[in-house]
Design a protein around this ligand. Structure first.
Ligand code: DX5
Ligand code: ZN
Length: 218
């Protein structure tokens, strides 16, 4: 069985105890830490910026998977790279020069990801397949945690899987992932699963069980 990465989204954590929450999911068996960056412009919500990435970097050795829901995005790439992001994912819809943006991320020595909103066709990926390390299929409209999974994401993951072929590209799914929705996307080819509300529930003592329930289901 190929490996599966569970990436809890700290957007669903208790912000008043942010550092402890990051350490709690690290101990609970998270593979990656997913950081949702929102600007109130590309998406209708505001979350956090590079200084938050910098603050959590010393708290965990896990991969920091930074999902940028911001436009423009290019001017902020160096700040997130320098703050300690490992994977930097940008939205295909966020700017006119996706190829250039991906080159910029790799030029900063980071893994480059592309995210697609639910309505964006996978064909936008066709000419950047050799320039990406990760493709993120949104299974909700970005902006908020706790939304319901959009079922058409499963077919979209399968399409991306076929498009990617033998390339070493990780397919990630984000939004409404639970132990009920994880099996279908994993079967379709997703290897990284972002989960916010399904992980951060029941208090820190429950996080390990919440993570392993998704892992086992997938
Ligand atoms: C949505 C974010 C997601 C979200 C996931 O804009 O990109 O990462 O926080 O949260 P849940 O798992 O609650 O849908
Ligand atoms: Zn996200």
């Amino acid at each position: 069985m190929s490996s599966l990465f569970i990436a809890p989204s700290i957007l669903a954590s208790d912000f008043a105890r942010f550092g402890e929450e990051v350490q709690a999911i690290d101990r609970a068996g998270a593979d990656w830490v997913h950081v949702d960056v929102m600007d109130g412009h590309f998406v209708p919500n505001i979350s956090f910026g590079p200084e938050v990435v910098r603050a959590i970097r010393p708290l965990t050795p896990k991969i920091l998977d930074v999902h940028l829901m911001i436009a423009p995005v290019d001017p902020y790439l160096p700040a997130f790279a320098e703050a300690g992001a490992d994977i930097i994912t940008v939205h295909a819809e966020a700017g006119p020069h996706l190829h250039r943006t991906l080159q910029a991320i790799r030029g900063l020595g980071k893994k480059a990801g592309v995210a697609l909103n639910p309505a964006t066709p996978v064909s936008v990926l066709e000419h950047v397949l050799d320039d990406v390390d990760l493709i993120l299929i949104m299974s909700v409209n970005p902006g908020f945690g706790g939304q319901s999974f959009i079922p058409s994401a499963v077919e979209k993951v399968a399409k991306v899987r076929a498009l990617v072929g033998e390339r070493p590209v990780v397919i990630e799914v984000d939004g409404g992932v639970t132990s009920e929705t994880a099996p279908a996307v994993a079967r379709a080819g997703a290897r990284a699963l972002v989960a916010g509300s399904a992980v951060f529930r029941g208090g820190a003592a429950a996080y390990a069980d919440n993570i392993s329930a998704i892992r086992k289901a997938a």
